[in-house]
Design a protein around this ligand. Structure first.
Ligand SMILES: Cc1ncc(C[n+]2csc(CCOP(=O)(O)OP(=O)(O)O)c2C)c(N)n1
Length: 355
């Protein structure tokens, strides 16, 4: 597939999505820029050993990250994978809280306990941040089930990768979601690789919309390098899930410009392929479109970038200066049964009948 003519220019769907009003369009661009600058800096902090554990960047995928968040109402639920810094930022979690989480600090969104893969913000209904491939899919269905049970109009958007569609949890969850009519949209971020394995080598069926259809879930495909096309496709799916109380799938065709995680020699793809996709970088592409359409000028876009850099500087300063969680917090955030705390640090084992 040539990245210049994305497969996602699906018959019947324009490659470029409809623009929202000028204020919203500018906000989409500014948020993509913030996510990009944040992740560039997170990568630098990782190489300076300020960030421990793993770090998975979604650089190149910002149109899908921000497009997804902008297709939701504040009352909808969003659940993602280990590649989720941008989801939290786009949902409204402060850059300070996300950066501090990467730094393992007490002021982080998960109190410094989760790190990069476990950003979480209940207030924004951003339900993580999950490290197990495909593990978040049934959990997402659980959020949709509670909405269905309560009879409200909330929808869950569950983000997963192309590789995750090979997990048993994908088939099991889509099947039950279709049977039970759950208001959930499965957003498959098809960046063409599961770690170092290309989709042609990891999936017998590479048309991932078809995979959903085989399980009773209708789907749409969109150009994941265009935020407007992505937001429109996800909006369409979300509104079907909301009004018809049934699951939908959206396959967003995109590409990650960096390695799978920070330690990836990238032997499985050529530099030429990466460079080809970079020509479709969603941020300059959307900026150019907004200039051409008279929404913004170059100076306004430069000012947005300066603001994004300043926000990231402030986040790094905050994370650097924040304290690490104290030893007195060791038993916080672990589960409690019968008034007693039980966890891997607890001297008290759970009662027999609860094991
Ligand atoms: C159950 C499980 N198996 C293996 C891994 C190791 N692993 C982490 S990411 C990944 C690739 C997943 O690829 P994909 O779903 O396409 O998402 P992407 O990383 O491209 O965003 C694998 C195999 C894991 N975290 N969980």
């Amino acid at each position: 597939m040539s990245p210049r003519e994305p497969e996602s220019a699906v018959p019947g769907r324009p490659a470029l999505g409809p623009l929202p009003d000028a204020e919203a369009a500018a906000e989409w661009l500014a948020t993509m820029m913030l996510v990009r600058r944040f992740e560039e800096r997170a990568g630098e902090s990782y190489t300076r050993a300020k960030v421990g554990g793993f770090l998975h960047l979604a650089i190149g995928e910002e149109a899908v990250v921000v497009g997804a968040a902008r297709a939701l109402k504040p009352t909808d639920w969003l659940i993602s994978t280990y590649r989720s810094h941008g989801h939290a930022l786009a949902r409204g979690t402060k850059p300070e809280a996300v950066m501090a989480e990467l730094y393992g600090k007490a002021t982080g969104s998960s109190g410094g306990r989760g790190g990069s893969m476990h950003i979480f913000d209940l207030e924004k209904r951003f339900m993580g941040g999950w490290g197990i491939v495909g593990g978040n899919v049934p959990i997402g269905a659980g959020f949709a089930l509670q909405s269905s049970y309560r009879g409200n109009d909330e929808v869950t958007l569950c983000v997963l990768g192309d590789g995750a569609t090979n997990q048993g949890t994908f088939a099991e969850t889509l099947n039950i979601a279709a049977l039970w009519g759950l208001p959930i949209v499965f957003l498959v971020v098809n960046n063409r690789f599961g770690m170092g394995t290309s989709i042609e080598r990891h999936s017998a069926v590479t048309d991932l919309v078809r995979k959903g259809a085989g399980l009773g879930v209708d789907g749409l495909r969109c150009d994941g390098m265009d935020i407007a096309a992505t937001q429109a496709a996800i909006c369409e799916a979300v509104e079907i899930a909301r009004s018809e109380q049934r699951p939908m799938l959206v396959e967003a065709m995109t590409y990650r410009f960096r390695g799978h995680s920070m330690a990836d020699p990238e032997k499985y793809r050529s530099k030429e392929q990466v460079d080809e996709w970079k020509l479709r970088d969603p941020i300059p592409a959307f900026g150019k479109r907004l200039i051409e359409e008279g929404v913004l000028d170059t100076a306004a876009i430069e000012a947005m970038d300066t603001a994004a850099l300043a926000a990231v500087d402030a986040a790094v300063k905050f994370a650097d200066e924040s304290p690490v969680p104290g030893p007195e917090t060791l038993q916080e955030g672990i589960y409690e049964l019968g008034g007693q705390v039980h966890g891997w640090l607890s001297a008290t084992p759970p009662p027999k009948d609860s094991q």
